[in-house]
Design a protein around this ligand. Structure first.
Ligand SMILES: *[C@@H]1O[C@H](CO)[C@@H](O)[C@H](O)[C@H]1NC(C)=O
Ligand SMILES: *[C@@H]1O[C@H](CO)[C@@H](O)[C@H](O)[C@H]1NC(C)=O
Length: 214
């Protein structure tokens, strides 16, 4: 009887420990929430099993040695649906590759929480709405490719603070206003802004209101 009681106690304890370990994987939970909001006709997310201790063995997910998610590679994956706010919880992410899919809806402002992000590739989707100002908090960002979507509004002036930005492509959207000239924008080629029918050329310093034409 006592042996049976202690066996039950041990099982209960193990279940509790396993549950705690599982519940503590914030990054796995965030990715699984993304999986649930996406339509995945080609089954690229099939290996995303939320019962595993972490998402590091899932296809298209890369972790560092400390089992923190640093890359998400879902370019060219035929996925559709909206991106959602959960990705903002992947605070160790360096590469967010979601290009050439059928993603719709807004770029979540929560992506501004990804302080370690180096590359934000959302090009060739069907994203709408404005470019979030919060992305100006991405101090490590080197590549921002949002081209070939249906984005509207102006280019946030705060992007001039992105001193590590080397490549920006916002071409083939429906942006308006003018192109900033400060900070890294002083060296970006104009092709990265082409085919936005309501976007005007680089602003004349101090003369043209930034939302001119919006
Ligand atoms: C993408 O998914 C659609 C179904 O939503 C399917 O008809 C199409 O063949 C898929 N394309 C590729 C390249 O797999
Ligand atoms: C702009 O659109 C034209 C015509 O569709 C296309 O030839 C050109 O490559 C586009 N420019 C960029 C930077 O994508």
């Amino acid at each position: 009887m006592a042996a049976r009681a202690s066996f039950i106690a041990v099982v209960a304890l193990l279940a509790l420990v396993a549950g705690a370990a599982r519940a503590s994987n914030e990054e796995g939970d965030a990715l699984y929430a993304l999986r649930q909001r996406l339509t995945d006709p080609n089954g690229v997310l099939q290996s995303w099993d939320p019962t595993l201790v972490n998402p590091c063995t899932w296809f298209h997910v890369t972790c560092d040695q400390a089992s923190r998610v640093v890359r998400l590679d879902l370019g060219n994956s035929n996925i559709s649906g909206s991106i959602g706010p959960e990705l903002g919880r992947l605070v160790n992410l360096k590469y967010l590759e979601l290009y050439r899919n059928n993603l719709i809806g807004d770029i979540p402002q929560e992506l501004g929480n990804l302080k370690n992000l180096i590359s934000l590739d959302l090009y060739a989707n069907k994203l709408t709405g404005g470019i979030p100002k919060s992305l100006s908090k991405l101090n490590s960002l080197r590549f921002m490719r949002l081209n070939n979507n249906k984005l509207t509004g102006s280019i946030p002036r705060e992007f001039a603070k992105l001193s590590n930005l080397k490549v920006i492509d916002l071409s083939n959207n429906d942006l308006c206003g003018t192109i900033p000239v400060d900070g890294p924008f002083s060296t970006f080629p104009l092709q990265g802004f082409e085919n936005n029918s309501r976007l005007n050329g680089p602003e004349l310093q101090g003369l043209v209101p930034y939302d001119f034409g919006c």
